[in-house]
Ligand binder design. Structure first.
Ligand code: GUN
Ligand code: FE
Length: 432
């Protein structure tokens, strides 16, 4: 299938930079952008006051937590998991309940402009395969992982794998089932998913590391998310979370580490050297992180960083909202938050990121972690794109520059402004 879209494009090719292509013609063949020019016919033209931006990449989202989005932020992480989250996830044993949830969730995420999602499933293989099927059916690009968790203390007995062997066999089965789905456009991929070190035995972590090496399938897990988890890992393993994951063979190219709030400079160097990356989840970190992820410092250290919603640890399913909050929280980290401390001691210098960088995290950053040709409307990349109406963000009589309009898009645009979405060259929201 081939077509040409006529649109003004706004995007962020590198950290902190912004470009606009006025009235461009974007030629798409079989999902790939093959040419961009400023003359010629088009099959599809965006309405006035709309711009086209690259699709958003959610690097960290817990699909079976969708029903509790926006609720339950009263407890620290370790208690939140046992009180609110594991009981909900355990219900995904019920396949029709799971299928109904995915039918609600996947179209909603596409409507938010999430063209790529990296999902944690529950421990249930059928529900996890059904999630991959829903992504194929609705046309979302996705990595889908069955959560592996067998630790007798880090999990409740009513929601865990029986033992490491069971978890490993179920992970292999999940990978096989996802691989066997009819997916003509190759949208959906498996991902090896040890939930986090506290929920997994050493035997399981070692086995999943070996499985990643054997298959080349990428890995996701949580790393140094909050004070409790970070120190728990040090006490149990004698190593920092990053080093422990590395010892288990889990720190590999494109490993997606959720949160990373408590990572230090040595951790960043290790993560960079392994080619792994961090899913920065700024909204979740407000409630569970006990601190702000130093995104600017991670980028300065050469670490790949993208954004995650961490649904339902974060109360918004919108990657764009998380981009705006990434800017906000970086400013709070830089300036500090306790007015009783002197200004010089209150914050951490060099922490701020701007709206262009936050948008770059939401697009190119995610693509760089996954090492996929996503995140930019450019020849050779996949056509994953979102049309946004700027009409109601500011009156056109304001005469704003493209830079200012784009800043408004990052900070103010939501699902209401997103009119059309394409994944891999197929329109999945809207009907242009
Ligand atoms: N660590 C282990 N499991 C989870 C989870 O479901 N959400 C978050 N935010 N952190 C976790
Ligand atoms: Fe998470």
């Amino acid at each position: 299938m081939d077509f040409t879209v006529r649109a003004t494009v706004m995007q962020t090719p590198t950290r902190g930079t912004f470009t606009t292509l006025e009235d461009a013609r974007i030629r798409v063949v079989d999902g790939t952008i093959v040419a961009i020019s400023n003359t010629g016919e088009a099959d599809v033209t965006l309405p006035p006051d709309h711009v086209l931006v690259p699709g958003f990449i959610d690097l960290h989202i817990h699909a079976p937590q969708w029903p509790q989005l926006g609720t339950g932020y009263d407890l620290p992480l370790s208690e939140w998991l046992f009180e609110h989250t594991f009981p909900l996830e355990a219900r995904f044993d019920d396949l029709p309940f799971a299928q109904q949830t995915w039918e609600d969730m996947v179209p909603a995420l596409l409507a938010h402009g999430t063209t790529t999602a990296v999902y944690y499933g529950s421990i249930h293989t059928p529900a996890t395969t059904a999630l991959a099927e829903a992504c194929i059916h609705h046309g979302q690009r996705a990595w889908v992982g069955r959560a592996a968790m067998d630790h007798p203390e880090g999990t409740p007995e009513w929601y865990r794998d029986d033992d490491a062997d069971t978890a490993l066999a179920a992970t292999r089965e999940s990978i096989a089932q996802i691989g066997a789905l009819d997916d003509p456009h190759n949208l959906v991929h498996p991902i090896i998913t040890p939930r986090f070190i506290p929920a997994c035995t050493d035997e399981l972590l070692t086995g999943l590391g070996a499985l990643a090496a054997e298959t080349g399938i990428i890995v996701q897990t949580h790393c140094s998310e909050d004070d409790w988890e970070h120190h728990h890992v040090i006490e149990r393993t004698g190593q920092r979370d990053t080093d422990a994951l590395d010892s288990f063979g889990l720190l590999r190219p494109s490993t997606v580490l959720g949160h990373g709030v408590h990572l230090n400079a040595e951790d960043f160097a290790t993560i960079r050297d392994r080619g792994a990356g961090v899913a920065h989840c700024p909204l979740s970190n407000v409630y569970f992180g006990n601190a702000v992820f130093p995104a600017a410092q991670a980028l300065d250290a050469g670490v790949h960083v993208g954004l995650g919603t961490d649904v339902a640890g974060g109360p918004s399913a919108s990657v764009l909202a998380n981009a705006a909050r990434a800017v906000d929280s970086s400013r709070m980290l830089e300036d500090g938050v306790d007015a009783s401390a002197s200004p010089a001691e209150r914050g951490v210098q060099g922490s701020r990121i701007d709206a262009f960088t936050a948008f770059w995290l939401a697009t190119m950053g995610g693509g760089s972690v996954l090492d996929e040709p996503l995140g930019l409307i450019e020849e050779g990349r996949r056509f994953d794109a979102v049309a946004v109406s700027l009409a109601e963000l500011a009156p056109s009589t304001a005469g704003y520059t493209p830079e200012r309009r784009f800043e408004q898009l990052v900070r103010l645009a939501g699902r209401r402004e997103i009119t059309d979405v394409w994944v891999d060259g197929r329109q999945v929201i809207g009907d242009l």
